[in-house]
Ligand binder design. Structure first.
Ligand code: CP
Ligand code: NVA
Length: 310
């Protein structure tokens, strides 16, 4: 059966290790003569370019598709778009508003007997390709063994936070979510992250609280992302009020002396992160951007290795 990649939990921890290892191995031409469709319902700088270049690195041909070109579920169904792409491409990446669209695309491909993985390039609930780049950056900073390392995510417990939490706990990290009420993980998400940590067996854990100072004190890494994600623009004013204290500033960073600061970008200086912190030597954001491409090389190489890309 085709292995799709909609969330980090689609991998066992050993498979996650393998993806990360392949990310830092010279690419093999596993996509020679093949295409990869990359569909974007929302804007992208890093994801489009890293994915396209990873496909090129693996000998393939990327075709990026903007939302209006296929107009999912208006011009035709997401299922029909997926099955059309599956006739021409070795893999399909998609950035969508509604995570369920990815599930429908994957199911439609499976139903028709295609062996073409669907890769989540960001949905409302997950951003697993970003999380792969994040843990590659953490490994580059702290060494390959992340067991016992602490990372505090500051702000809205969103799609980026969730995929990061899954990857972090799998690799044995203590992930701390510092978010105000209303912006925290729900019980179901927390339980799923804790269960994945147990399955991985590396002692990873998740905690959550609104006490951003307490959770940030003495940690190895601080991470933040936009207060308002794509698709939530109507809530931006309220979010600025509710999340005002949840910002990675010089004062917060002083509580975690020596910590590295991560951000998936795009950044909103003066909101979730200060300009000074983002421009400081503590910030490893450009290594994260670098690893978006290596992460995609690792993921596509893994999918070829397990026979989901043929
Ligand atoms: N971090 C990230 O996914 O960036 P883009 O939205 O620019 O792709
Ligand atoms: N949480 C953000 C991430 C952007 C890369 C969003 O979904 O818009």
């Amino acid at each position: 059966m085709t292995r799709h990649f909609l969330e980090i939990t689609d991998l066992t921890v050993d498979e996650l290790d393998r993806v990360l290892a392949l990310a830092v191995t010279p690419p093999k031409p596993v996509l020679a003569g093949r295409g990869v469709a990359l569909l974007f319902e929302k804007p992208s700088a890093r994801t489009r370019h890293s994915s396209e270049m990873a496909v090129v690195n693996l000998g393939g041909h990327p075709i990026s598709v903007a939302a209006g070109e296929v107009d999912l579920d208006h011009r035709e169904t997401a299922e029909d778009v997926a099955r059309t792409f599956a006739n021409f491409h070795a893999a399909i990446g998609a950035r969508v508003f509604d995570h369920d669209v990815l599930r429908r695309m994957a199911a439609a491909i499976d139903d028709q007997g295609f062996t073409v993985p669907v890769i989540n390039l960001l949905s409302d609930v997950a951003h697993p390709c970003q999380a792969l780049a994040d843990v590659l950056t953490l490994r580059e900073t702290f060494g390959p063994d992340l067991v016992g390392r602490t990372l505090t995510y500051v702000g809205d417990a969103n799609n980026v936070a969730k995929s990061l939490a899954f990857a972090g706990v799998a690799l044995g990290m203590e992930i701390r979510i510092a978010s105000p009420e209303g912006y925290q993980f729900g019980g179901g998400d927390l339980a799923a992250i804790a269960e994945y940590a147990v399955d991985a067996g590396r002692g990873g854990s998740i905690v959550q609280s609104d006490d951003v100072e307490a959770l940030s004190t003495g940690v190895d890494a601080l991470y933040t992302d936009a207060w308002t994600s794509m698709g939530q623009e109507a809530e931006a004013a309220q979010r600025r009020i509710d999340l005002a204290r949840y910002s990675v500033t010089e004062e917060l960073l002083a509580l975690a002396e020596g910590a590295v600061v991560l951000h998936c970008l795009p950044a909103h200086r003066g909101e979730e992160i200060s300009d000074g912190v983002l421009e400081s030597a503590s910030a490893k954001v450009w290594r994260q951007v670098f690893h978006r491409r290596t992460a995609m090389v690792g993921l596509l190489s893994f999918l070829a290795e397990v026979g989901s890309i043929r």
